[in-house]
Structure formats: C-alpha cells, structure tokens
Design a protein around this ligand. Structure first.
Ligand SMILES: C[S@@+](CC[C@H](N)C(=O)[O-])C[C@H]1O[C@@H](n2cnc3c(N)ncnc32)[C@H](O)[C@@H]1O
Length: 332
C-alpha cells in the first residue's frame, strides 16, 4: 500500500467526486444536524441505497464524515461549517466549479507541458467567454465566487481600515461579495462594482437582497480596455492572480491613475509562502490559474514589488484567518 500522501493523491479524484455528489444530492444538508444510517438517508432523499452506501463508505474512509458504533453517519463538528450548504463557508459551490468547469480544462496541462501554454491557448476561446457562455454557467460561477469571498471579506474589509473612505471601486468584483462586506462594516462608504456586462443582473440582485440601493452600484467595463472611474480605493479580489505580471502591472497603473491622492489599492488574494512550498490550496489554485486563466499565484513580496513599480507606497501585508489575504498600498 502506498504511503498516505501518495494514497490521497492517487485517490483524490474519487473524494472530490464524492464530496460534489453528496453536496449536490443533499446528503450533507441532511446529515448536518442529525445522525442517520444509509438506508434512512437513501429513503429520505430518494437515492439508490447501494450507490449511496459506497459513497458514504468512501467519505468515511477519507475522514469527511464519520460512522458511529450503530452504523449511523454524521458530519464531524469541525467540518460542519464547510459542508453545511447553508453556511457562508460551504465548499459546495467551489467543488461544483471544479467538477463542472476546471475538470474540462485540466487535461490541457498535458499539451501545455509539451507545446507550451500560449500555443495551446491560441486555439481556445478566452476563459470568461467559456465561463459566461450560458446564464446557468454564469450563475454557478458567480455563486462559487460569493461562497469563496463573502465570509473572508468580513475579515478583510476591517483589515483594509476603510473608516473615512467615501468610495470603493471593486474591479472584477463579481456579484459584490467584497462590496457588501465593506459596506456592512463601514458606515458612510459607497461602492461600485466594475465588471463585464454579464455580471450586471447579479449585482442588481445583490443590491435588492441587501437593500443597498443608495450605496452599491454597477459600472460596465472591460479592465483590459477601459480606464477606471475615479475613486478613493481600488479593490482587486482574485483578479491579479488570473493574469501575468505584465497585465497585473497595467491594472495597477490604471488603479493608480483612478485613485485620489491619499487613496489606496487592495489586492486580496491567496499568497504563496516566501519559499513557494505551500500552502497546499495556493499550490492547487496556482495550477488552476494556469489552465483556467492566464495567471499565477504570488508571494506577498512579489505583490509588493508590483505595487511599488506602479507607484504605490507604504505597502503592507494583512493576513486573515482564511486563504485570502490583503496586500495594501497607498498613493501619496
Ligand atoms: C476570479 S473572479 C473574482 C471575483 C471577486 N473579485 C472575488 O474576489 O470573488 C474574477 C472576476 O473578474 C471579472 N472579469 C474578468 N475579465 C474582466 C474584464 N476584462 N473586465 C472586467 N471584469 C472582468 C470576472 O467577471 C470575475 O467576476
């Protein structure tokens, strides 16, 4: 039997599939506040018992659920915030994105290795043409972004020290998870999401759901082509990691031009450790950025280097308790 690190790597695809299907078919939702045997779960959710049994046995072997001495399954308390579909930290939307989108693109890595990324990508549609190809795909992607971003933004917005800032521009702000967290924690702030046109209706939903008609608005823009509207604070959440240093610098120069004197830029992203040996989620998403976008993950020092090249000063790293951190820079 291979050592456990290799076992997890070899069998990981089964675990990802099982987590996705258990989430999709309501198994985690059902088990979140109760213990239940396979036949009970199967009959309550209308699932095939034999198939469900194999799924639950596998999830138990991976330590994702656990079985008590009477054969009933439950979700370990420490995993509940991540498996509860109603929780803001649910991994369901992300795993669904991996299964429905990333897995289509991951095999391209084979051709990247032999022919190089630019040669292979030249024959492919641009990433967001695919991700926003249908309203269903658009909705799923933006839901996954909300799940990844809203909860951690409730830590990041206070770390950004926005008191006294009157306007925030969230470039590539999706349906507004960071804006909402920033508005909730900062009285007197107004925010604008600068996004592709497909995202507009989802920001409108956010405005209605959170009753932010007077504080959150939407501007259609293409960050490759358009200048940014003037603001006191430009935010980039999971945006710079989607692009090369060259394009990242173009975006930061635009942010510098858009910022009022004394304004700031917020880069909110995963960070590699300084030696790039981890953490694991950053290493995973670094590969994902390669096949799903044109970017890479960086160390804090690399982001600070880009910020300083664009003219920002007093750059600082402020870490959350989760995977997404803040690198901040100021315009003198
Ligand atoms: C990885 S998502 C990040 C979403 C959000 N900022 C967050 O932290 O969760 C990247 C966002 O950039 C937007 N985007 C991609 N290309 C864009 C472009 N050319 N102009 C404006 N927004 C763009 C996408 O619509 C998407 O919402």
């Amino acid at each position: 039997m291979p050592p456990s690190a290799l076992e997890k790597a070899v069998y990981g695809v089964y675990a990802t599939t099982a987590v996705h299907l258990a989430d999709k078919h309501g198994v985690f939702g059902y088990l979140i506040d109760r213990e239940a045997s396979t036949d009970k779960v199967a009959s309550e959710l209308g699932l095939d018992q034999d198939s469900l049994d194999r799924l639950l046995v596998l999830l138990d072997s991976f330590g994702i659920i656990e079985r008590n001495e009477h054969g009933a399954y439950r979700i370990p308390a420490e995993l509940a915030p991540f498996l509860d579909p109603e929780s803001p930290r649910s991994v369901g939307g992300f795993v669904s994105h991996v299964m429905n989108s990333t897995l289509d693109r991951l095999p391209q890595l084979d051709a990247y290795l032999t022919d190089g990324k630019s040669a292979v990508d030249a024959a492919l549609p641009a990433p967001f043409d695919v991700m926003y190809g249908t309203p269903e795909l658009t909705g799923k992607f933006l839901e996954a972004m909300w799940q990844l971003t809203y909860d951690v933004s409730r830590e990041l917005a206070p770390l950004a020290g926005l008191a006294g800032v009157r306007h925030l521009l969230d470039v590539g702000g999706a349906s507004g998870p960071f804006c909402v967290a920033a508005l909730e924690s900062t009285p007197g702030l107004r925010a604008t999401v600068f996004e592709l046109p497909e995202v507009g209706p989802y920001v409108a939903d956010t405005v209605a759901r959170h009753q932010l008609q007077d504080r959150l608005d939407f501007v259609v823009g293409d960050f490759h082509r358009d200048e940014f509207p003037p603001t006191e604070c430009v935010a980039f959440g999971y945006v710079l990691s989607g692009w090369t240093d060259e394009i990242g610098l173009q975006l930061l120069h635009k942010a510098y031009r858009a910022c009022a004197d004394g304004g700031r830029v917020l880069i909110m992203d995963r960070l590699f450790d300084h030696d790039r040996r981890g953490p694991l989620p950053t290493a995973v998403m670094n590969l994902s950025m390669h096949v799903e976008a044109k970017g890479r993950h960086r160390t804090a020092a690399e982001y600070i280097g880009l910020l300083e090249t664009a003219g920002f000063v007093d750059c600082d790293v402020r870490r959350s308790s989760q995977d997404k951190h803040l690198v901040i820079g100021f315009k003198k």
